[in-house]
Design a protein around this ligand. Structure first.
Ligand SMILES: *Cc1c(COP(=O)(O)O)cnc(C)c1O
Length: 395
């Protein structure tokens, strides 16, 4: 948009995420940390990796952190730690980022999909129970894990999921890629409720690196040991391979950058929460509540950080038109995610049909993420809501 148009529209640029704005606040610390790694030239498993593993484990209250090359590889390694292989089954929600189901298929196991809860977008415990009841006994016996996702920054209903998991004797691996620092209602951190929890340091996550990165946290010594082996080709000692793993190591330079950013993480969470509160006020004042659905905190607990707003996701039946309108007004949005797993081309051989997971499909059609990054300004939020109101011709 050129200046004339901008003036005529009283327009503003509000990107979905502004990493440059964040970098401007930590530039000196970041450069110093990266420079230290450059001077040391210990790019693989340098001391910063262990330091970050300890810092993240301490932050969430786990015994171990195992740095990984990405959130995807973190998930992959947890399934490998349980020897998930051809013909095995792993239960996952039908609606999430692709990696949750992709890692299952990569091991030639079968993703067994469950619909989501409409309010939280997370795996529905009642659908999980129904699914389990429908599975043949021979299939039940092949189920190696349940992988709930804590989508957008809010925990799945872990009490009920863990209760079912316990009853059926299947371990729970948490995909907490979007929820590092989210606190469940019992005071425990996302990622520490199952046997293993996976984080992603993809740059758009609340704790984002300067490239790809991830981590598994666990309080099980045996699993931690196995994950450390798996991420380094199963070698111990070097060149003697106990098991077949991969190169899933976290780079030293990522760990160094993440150690800096971790110091700011709580302040960033707080800023995102403040923005979410302001959005709620603004949407209410604009008379938009009911016209657009605002994110629901399904388990609000006083004094507990139940949502870290990795994304602030609204829903509306007119999603695509709204998105197009906002794009034209200089407002960045994103659709997380347009296609649920059961309708993905690559999962065609699972034999699912449209209509099978109605809440996942509805979410795929209706959700839209608005800017909620920590450095977002109140006047930018006011502009976003004013433009959403203009689209709906209210306010
Ligand atoms: C980001 C993300 C991942 C994968 O993380 P990468 O670091 O990008 O590999 C997995 N699951 C969910 C829900 C995510 O949002």
């Amino acid at each position: 948009m050129n200046t004339d148009e901008a003036e005529r529209d009283n327009s503003m640029n509000v990107p979905l995420l502004d990493l440059k704005a964040q970098y401007a606040t930590i530039r000196d610390e970041m450069r110093e940390a990266v420079d230290r790694v450059l001077e040391a030239q210990q790019f693989i498993m340098g001391p910063e990796v262990a330091a970050l593993e300890k810092a993240v484990a301490d932050y969430v209250g786990a015994r171990h952190g195992i740095g990984m090359s990405s959130g995807t590889d973190a998930l992959l390694a947890t399934l490998m730690a349980y020897d998930v292989g051809p013909g095995d089954r792993v239960i996952a929600p039908a609606y999430s980022f692709f990696a949750t189901a992709g890692v299952i298929a990569r091991l030639h196991a079968v993703p067994v999909l469950v619909d989501i809860d409409a309010a939280s977008y997370n795996l529905s415990p009642s659908s999980l129970e129904q699914l389990w009841g429908r599975l043949d006994r021979s299939v039940q016996q092949r189920v190696k894990a349940i992988v709930p996702v804590h989508l957008y920054g809010q925990c799945a209903d872990m009490a009920r999921i863990l209760e079912v998991a316990d009853r059926i004797g299947v371990p729970v691996i948490e995909d907490a890629a979007q929820s590092i620092g989210t606190i469940y209602r019992d005071g425990r951190f996302a990622g520490t409720l199952g046997t293993m929890g996976c984080f992603s340091f993809f740059p758009s996550k609340n704790l984002g690196g300067i490239g790809d990165g991830g981590m598994v946290v666990t309080s099980d010594d045996g699993l931690a040991e196995r994950l450390r082996l798996l991420r380094n080709h199963g070698a111990q000692p070097k060149y003697y391979h106990k098991i077949v793993g991969g190169n899933f190591r976290l780079d030293t330079i990522q760990a160094a950058a993440l150690l800096v950013k971790l110091r700011h993480l709580d302040a960033w969470h707080e800023a995102r929460q403040k923005h979410a509160d302001l959005y709620r006020d603004l949407f209410r004042q604009a008379g938009l509540v009911g016209t657009v659905g605002l994110p629901e905190v399904v388990d609000p607990t006083p004094g507990v950080r139940s949502h870290i707003y990795n994304q602030f996701v609204i829903r509306t039946p007119n999603r695509d038109a709204l998105r197009e309108f906002l794009t034209a007004q200089g407002i960045g949005t994103e659709i997380y995610y347009p296609v649920p797993f059961h309708l993905q081309e690559c999962f065609g051989d699972l034999g699912h049909k449209a209509g099978e997971f109605p809440e996942s499909e509805r979410a795929a059609h209706e959700t839209l993420a608005l800017p909620v990054y920590p450095e977002l300004m109140p006047e930018q939020q006011a502009y976003v809501v004013e433009r959403v109101a203009a689209f709906h011709k209210v306010g």
